[in-house]
Design a protein around this ligand. Structure first.
Ligand SMILES: O=C(O)CCC(=O)C(=O)O
Ligand SMILES: [Fe+2]
Length: 244
């Protein structure tokens, strides 16, 4: 309970845009060139979301693995766990291959999966990466979830619980291949500069769902940066489809 009160005092619940905060409301953001984000601020009711938060916080076998980033070993700056249907190829990211737990071991996860499927017909998510950010020092750096096992244009559904944290999306710098160079200017100088429309941010609310689809993983990167002063815990679930 004290955790809950602390969360609310650190993160006042007044929405940035009240129009987007009506139950059931969802907002689509066209990122251009076939990339799109959908945001559903009240995907799950608050009380139900706190129940799920408490379950996940205490029942998930969280680990904080050592990963490799730019050739260097470091402890991943957040807790993690991986759940997947039996028989799928192993997930490997940053030189780390998490053990895959089964859905049957965590019935509430199957319940959330069902609600996600209902909201996003046409998807069959078969894997889930869970992240727990224990406070503002925990983060996920810029990356895209573009592993081959998800295919070329994966849809990823991200459900958040607990402390609100900012989620950033930034367009990857456009690559200009040497083959198409027509003048003497280095390619790095000719790459198009990022503009305001190449960045988006979302304050991911308790019980919200954000969906990345189309070419978002190919053309954009995302992150949840550190936040000084944030002390409360956030749990995020990203549902994905692994090709088999
Ligand atoms: O915590 C989040 O909102 C994002 C997590 C994420 O990007 C990932 O697990 O790949
Ligand atoms: Fe990601």
């Amino acid at each position: 309970m004290s955790l809950r009160l602390r969360t609310l005092s650190v993160n006042p619940t007044s929405p940035a845009n009240p129009e987007n905060d009506t139950a059931g409301k969802q907002t689509r953001f066209d990122l251009g060139n076939g990339s799109e984000v959908l945001y559903v601020p009240r995907f799950l009711p608050s009380d139900k979301s706190w129940e799920l938060f408490d379950y996940l916080d205490s029942h998930i076998p969280w680990t904080r693995p050592t990963i490799r980033v730019f050739g260097r070993s470091c402890v991943q700056p957040r807790d993690t766990c991986y759940v997947a249907s039996a028989g799928l190829p192993d997930l490997v990211y940053s030189g780390y291959s998490p053990r895959a737990y089964l859905w049957d071991e965590f019935p509430p996860l199957k319940e959330i999966l069902e609600m996600v499927h209902k909201a996003l017909p046409g998807n069959r998510f078969n894997s889930l990466l869970l992240n727990r950010y224990k406070g503002g020092n925990d983060y996920v750096g810029w990356h895209s979830d573009d592993e081959k096992l998800y295919g070329s244009a994966p849809e990823i559904a991200s459900v958040s619980f607990g402390c609100e944290r900012e989620f950033f999306l930034k367009k990857k710098p456009s690559k200009i291949s040497h083959a198409v160079r027509t003048d003497g200017e280095p390619a790095s100088k000719r790459a198009r500069k990022n503009t305001d429309s190449d960045q988006r941010s979302f304050m991911l609310k308790h019980g919200s769902m954000l969906v990345m689809r189309g070419y978002t993983q190919r053309d954009w990167i995302h992150s949840v940066p550190k936040r000084a002063k944030v002390e409360a815990v956030r749990i995020n679930l990203t549902f994905r489809h692994v090709l088999s």
